[in-house]
Structures are given as structure tokens and as C-alpha cells.
Design a protein around this ligand. Sequence first.
Ligand SMILES: NC(=O)c1ccc[n+]([C@@H]2O[C@H](COP(=O)([O-])OP(=O)(O)OC[C@H]3O[C@@H](n4cnc5c(N)ncnc54)[C@H](OP(=O)(O)O)[C@@H]3O)[C@@H](O)[C@H]2O)c1
Length: 289
Amino acid sequence: MNYLVTGATGHLGRKVVALVGTTQVTAAVHTPAKATALRAQGVRVVPCDYGEVAGMTQAFTGQDVVVYIPSKTYSVLQRITEFENTLAALKQAQVPAVIFVSFYADQENNPFTMSPYYAYAPRRLAGSGLRYAVVKNALYADPLVPYLPELIARQALIYPVGDQAMSFITRDDSAQALAALAVKPQLRDHGQVYTLTQMQSLTMPALGAIMTTVTGHAIGYAPVTTQEFGRIYAPEGDGEELASMYAAGALGLFDQATADYQTLTGAAPESMASFLTRGWAATKSSGQA
Ligand SMILES: NC(=O)c1ccc[n+]([C@@H]2O[C@H](COP(=O)([O-])OP(=O)(O)OC[C@H]3O[C@@H](n4cnc5c(N)ncnc54)[C@H](OP(=O)(O)O)[C@@H]3O)[C@@H](O)[C@H]2O)c1
């Protein structure tokens, strides 16, 4: 079987590639210069630009399963165009199965900037004639680790979600589930939808309590307003978009916990306490805290 992973130089893509295994996997990459490490591991690398149907068709030809990891552009129209181009290439290349990597912010009343895209893509797949499955990730837990020093200084989480809980998944676990699904045709190809979350969603005081135990520093919960959150993180370039995402959290839309990770892998996802403990130990040993 031949498996192709798009976005293969990205944080998630490179983990999926490593798990599927170098002999069967093709890494489809946007910027070939970023693929040096993949090539060094013996992975077959092909160019892939979501803007170019012909190139993607060439890359996809002969593949049995394509794992499609979207780009991170915050333009809904551009992301939809990239997706439409990919659908055209998948059809032209007659790819038998596709796995669409999504995000759980797809509800009708979800105010996240990208929610129209996450709502659109599965509906479009449903009428495409392609065989597919959708894997929705919860919020990645990973960015919480480099955020810990700032939270220690603030002495509190500030997400504007009130008393609502949100669920998370680590990128490692997301990659595990995607790699497992890719090689299990009985679990895909029929429009199945999986939502990858840890076992429990967490209110912000509960998340702060875990962070307090892990770091030994008191981290409570002092929410700012959605507008203030957007202003605080505006210098990082995506404050407004992140604020819109946590506005969805405040509506309770991220309070989802499923057993889908277990269905795909047969194991339990890593808990937040375990993940942050590992991440904090690595941060301290690298001298970053
Ligand atoms: N669940 C969450 O909390 C969460 C958070 C953030 C993002 N996400 C989503 O999760 C997915 C993966 O995230 P990530 O952290 O792995 O992102 P990432 O590291 O930015 O990876 C994205 C990949 O897409 C590639 N790409 C960008 N534009 C492309 C194009 N026009 N054609 C082909 N490939 C292109 C990038 O290649 P280049 O670097 O060469 O451009 C990169 O390899 C994304 O779809 C993202 O929207 C989820």
C-alpha cells in the first residue's frame, strides 16, 4: 500500500510520516528545502502546492491513501480554494481513499474565523464521490508547554471562556490516530467522522490546577475579555483569530470528549497532566525555564 501525507514538513505531518513508516510513505511538501530531514530518513519526497492541481495530480497518482493536512492560512476563501484544488487532483489521480484532517470548530454557531471552512469541507467531501473519513482534532495541547513561563509570570490562565470546559489532544496522539486510521480500511472510506480528544475536557481552573502541580508555581484563572485577549496577542499576528476561537470555547462548543482516539488506536490518549509533566521537564533541562 502507498500512503501520501500532505503538509509533511509541518508539526503534525512529519509525525504522521514517521509513524506510517519510510517504506510505504510519500511526503508531499510545499517547500522542498524544508524536507532535508525527511530525505535523510529515507522518505520519498514529492513537491505539492495546494495552488497547483497538475502538480498535485502528479504527486497523488499511484497512491492508495492520501492524508490531507490543510495549510494554516486564516483566509477562509483561500483555504477553500486549496481544498477544491486538492479535490480536483484527488479525482484526476483516482485516489481510492482520503483522510481529511479537520478541527472540532465546525458547528453552525461557531464564531471561530475558520469555522466556515471546517463546516464546508466535510459537506463537500460527502457529495464528492470520493471515499473518505474526517478526523477532527481538539485544541492541540502542545502550545501550552512553551506558554507555561508566561503563565507562571501572570499567575493565571487568561482564556476568555468563563466556566466552560475545553478538550485537548497532543500532536503526537493525533499523529498516532491518523497513522492507525490510514492502515485500517475497515475504519475509513465511508464518511466516518472521528473527534480526537483527551479522555476529559477541562475547565480553566482545573487546567490551572494541573499546571500548578506540574510547575510548582501557582497558576489560577483570571479571564480577560475576548477583545482584550485579541489585543494582548495581536503582536503575534493572530490575536483576533485566536480570540474568535476562544469565543467558541465560551459558548461551550469545545467541551467535547470522545472515545474516538481509543477506537482508532486501541489505547488511551495521553492525559494533560502526563503531557505537561514531560514537556515541563524538557523545558527545564533545555534551560528555557
Ligand atoms: N487543533 C489545533 O489546536 C490546531 C492549531 C493550529 C493549527 N491546526 C491545524 O492543524 C493542521 C496542522 O498543523 P501544524 O501545526 O502541523 O501546521 P504547520 O506546522 O504549519 O504545517 C502546515 C503544513 O502545510 C504546508 N503548507 C502550507 N501551505 C501549503 C500549500 N499552499 N500547499 C501545500 N502545503 C502547504 C506547510 O508547508 P510550508 O511550511 O512549506 O508552507 C506545512 O508543512 C493545520 O491544518 C492547522 O490549520 C490545528
